[in-house]
Design a protein around this ligand. Sequence first.
Ligand SMILES: Cc1cc2nc3c(=O)[nH]c(=O)nc-3n(C[C@H](O)[C@H](O)[C@H](O)COP(=O)(O)OP(=O)(O)OC[C@H]3O[C@@H](n4cnc5c(N)ncnc54)[C@H](O)[C@@H]3O)c2cc1C
Ligand code: SF4
Length: 515
Amino acid sequence: MGKDTGFLDYKRVENGNIPPLERIQNFKEFHPVLDDEKRREQAGRCMNCGVPMCQSAIKLAGMVTGCPLHNYIPEWNDALYKGQYDMAAWRLLKTSSFPEFTGRVCPALCEKACNCGNPVCNDGAVTIHDNELYIIEKAFASGYMQPEIPAVRSGKKVAVVGAGPAGLAVADWLNRRGHNVTVYEREDRAGGLLMYGIPNMKLDKKIVQRRVDLMKAEGVEFIFNADVGKSFSADELAKNYDAVALCCGAKKARPLSAKGVENLVLENSGLMFAVDFLTQVTKSVVGLTEAQDRFSSDLVITNKNVELSLEKKGISVEGKDVIVLGGGDTGNDCTGTSIRLGCKSVTQIEMMPCPPTERAANNPWPQWPKVLKVDYGAEESIAKFGHDPRIYETTIKEVYSKEGKVCGVKTVEVEFKMIEGKRQLVERAGSEKDLPADLILVAAGFLGCEDYSAQAFNVELSSRNTVLTSSSEEYQTANEKIFTAGDMHRGQSLVVWAISEGRECAKEIDNYLMK
Ligand SMILES: Cc1cc2nc3c(=O)[nH]c(=O)nc-3n(C[C@H](O)[C@H](O)[C@H](O)COP(=O)(O)OP(=O)(O)OC[C@H]3O[C@@H](n4cnc5c(N)ncnc54)[C@H](O)[C@@H]3O)c2cc1C
Ligand code: SF4
């Protein structure tokens, strides 16, 4: 424990936030970090509790609280407080494959369980998430992060399908054990939803590329534009490798089922899945950034440049009324992105009721808090348009179109009612409203993995459309050579879970290869 009175001496201070109206001018990350002294003070707030709930990952009331990676949080907080940066990085990297990703995008399950943040102390959890980011970025900046090439190779070959955080974690772990790992990815670059999903302002894509470059230098091979099960034979992979890890994510999106959708006949009809929209925006941002790096560092990438690049792909947001179906995190990313692209209005439509602002009596600490979150996109909407973009207990009943393109929606309020002993969603009579709409972004959740990747390897699927293994904590399928991890195994989840599953899956593969 760095400073025994740290939690009494220092108040919680998070990394900064560029004000909403300023940050929406571009697609850059917007959390300036604290200076060295202030960050070390924050690490000094860690109490090194006898029972550090932050690293527990226990299930309470059906939800996990604490870090799924079981990061050695008190240890690295202590090292950070003492200025022992290499030691802090060494301890952090023992359990965490990619802290530079979780330090940016993890919702910090650890902090919700931190004893400093319990309602009796009520002094604010330790800034574990920001401390983690500080340690890993310091490690990259100081030269601590050098390629670690295994001294001995096992001669075993492993194919990983999918280069999202789960696939990258499998590849990283097995490569360090000395196996020869090749990652097959259908996109043009690695990262999965870290690259094409999570927007640049939350996670700069150069950070993803930096890690991929490090892994390449360590001996992991990447093959891009390889859509296994379509352009690339799954049988060949299964035949040529000693083990295969399927980490294809859970990208099958829940569609919008509303009257009028059948009239949208044109490709650029104004109805898009959220991830497809966010992918195209990121491709434009990345393309412009690469042009800037290659040709002219003076070139400023404006939001207008991004919009123009998107227009060439038939997507236009500037001056448009945007409706986002879904009030969750993906919907929030669509809101923040649409605002940057100059939309006229943005409305997020959410079926569920608005959560409470404080923990309910049946949701005590250290359970995961089921409370209203005002994330960055909502904050930006409030600053720009003067209101929270979310409308609760509402859905889209009908899509209006003109010549095959979206021109409005009819919404209706909904509520859950017990009917004949069953909880059912019903409309509130007379609550219909018409809203203008040029673009509808569907962020209504995911229905498991895409069928073709699973079918190509002949693996069995659960009723949730995830790849079946003998238990949720095991990763080998009925075919002993084929393993699975991440969203494809657990359903749409979080980056930290994808990394955790990837590491555990890699350990199982290693045991299988070495027995
Ligand atoms: C818009 C959005 C924002 C999110 N924001 C956050 C956040 O802020 N914080 C957080 O913790 N979580 C967030 N999540 C969830 C998180 O991104 C996922 O849980 C995580 O990326 C899952 O990792 P994965 O490796 O299992 O799958 P993915 O990241 O989906 O990666 C799967 C990869 O497999 C590839 N692939 C699929 N099929 C094939 C095939 N047949 N052949 C070759 N390659 C294939 C895909 O192209 C993809 O690259 C977000 C999700 C979305 C959709
Ligand atoms: S990975 Fe997430 S839960 Fe774990 S220590 Fe980091 S921020 Fe906390």
